[in-house]
Design a protein around this ligand. Structure first.
Ligand SMILES: [Zn+2]
Ligand SMILES: [Zn+2]
Length: 336
């Protein structure tokens, strides 16, 4: 019996009776980060990185039972050493290392290897078995350094502000939004945050993250307390779902941009009615995925979450690794 198996509920370490990012209610869930496709409600007990406790409670409820672990700290569950390492994905995100009897597994969750200056940088962990995501696991996905992208974003904002047009930037409430906010040029105008982003900011600031000055737009844009210029000079940051909300109904002249890895695909449905798209992702691109896999030294690689077929084939053919789509490989099915 392998130390980790793949079940209908997700990755499972039977010896430790521990599920990683489980899909349904279990007694012990290790949550790699608080995004909704990884952190689900209803678990009897949660384990996550210490910095992720606040956002987990914000999303799943104040009264959940949750234990925090620092990076590199070890808990032993029925002989299995469980520890977390930085995934560089969003604040509080972690890779999970499980070790027992000389067998080491790492389940990376979502990750990126470019250091973003916000979340602690991704750390390669040596292991025998590596579970990797593949959200952008095709060679067409190759990110530019974030400094260049933020240069473009700030130039776009400045251009709008000079013409009296309010800028609106879309980014997910946990991770992308804070990364954008951190690097916006306050010399142009104020940064105004949508309610869910403001709440997330405060919870993360409480554990030491710093995104620079921002204005809470929760009470409405008229009530926002502008320091530089006014609303026409401002950058509003909101989640994609808020784009048609009453929040921005009062705006007369505005331009909307999306900030996502999917902006690399010109015909992506995520473009919608965007005026501008910036290619910026909290996931690894193709070279980062490859680099991360090779740095682990793992001979067995299980690929999930995205272009798992294409990426695992590349690892088999190009690098001779025992790699496959996690669901297929870990059930021992034929035909991968
Ligand atoms: Zn995520
Ligand atoms: Zn995910």
């Amino acid at each position: 019996m392998a130390l980790v198996t793949y079940t209908d509920i997700g990755f499972y370490c039977e010896r430790a009776d521990l599920y990683i990012d489980p899909l349904r209610k279990v007694s012990k869930a290790l949550v790699t980060h608080a995004h909704s496709d990884h952190a689900r409600p209803g678990m009897a007990h949660y384990l996550c990185h210490t910095d992720g406790i606040g956002v987990l409670k914000l999303r799943l409820g104040r009264n959940i039972s949750v234990q925090g672990l620092g990076y590199g700290e070890v808990v032993v569950l029925n002989g299995v050493e469980v520890s977390l390492f930085p995934a560089g994905h969003v604040p509080g995100s972690a890779q999970v290392r499980l070790s027992y009897g000389g067998e080491v597994w790492v389940i990376a969750g979502d990750y990126k290897t470019e250091a973003d200056g916000l979340s602690p940088a991704f750390e390669p962990v040596r292991c025998h078995h590596f579970v990797t995501e593949s959200t952008f696991g095709l060679p067409i996905f190759q990110w530019r350094p974030q400094a260049e992208v933020f240069g473009d974003i700030n130039a776009w904002w400045r251009g709008n502000a000079e013409r009296g047009i309010t800028s609106i930037m879309l980014g997910y409430s946990l991770g992308k939004a804070q990364r954008i906010i951190k690097y916006l040029d306050r010399g142009v105008g104020d940064v105004v945050c949508y309610s869910t982003i403001s709440e997330t900011n405060r919870v993360l600031e409480a554990v030491g993250f710093d995104f620079g000055a921002w204005v809470d737009g929760a009470k409405g844009l008229d009530a926002a307390n502008y320091r530089n210029g006014g609303l026409s000079q401002a950058m509003l940051v909101c989640p994609p779902a808020a784009i048609k909300s009453p929040w921005m109904m009062g705006l007369e002249r505005f331009a909307v941009a999306n900030c996502s890895g999917w902006m690399a695909v010109k015909k992506s449905r995520e473009w919608g009615a965007m005026d501008q798209g910036f290619v910026l992702s909290d996931h690894a691109d193709w070279p980062q995925l490859l680099g991360a896999v090779l740095a682990t030294g793992a001979e067995n690689v299980y690929v999930t979450h995205g272009f798992s077929e294409a990426f695992s084939r590349h690892l088999r053919v190009g690098y001779g690794l025992n790699a496959g789509v996690a669901e297929v490989m870990m059930r021992g099915d034929e035909g991968r």
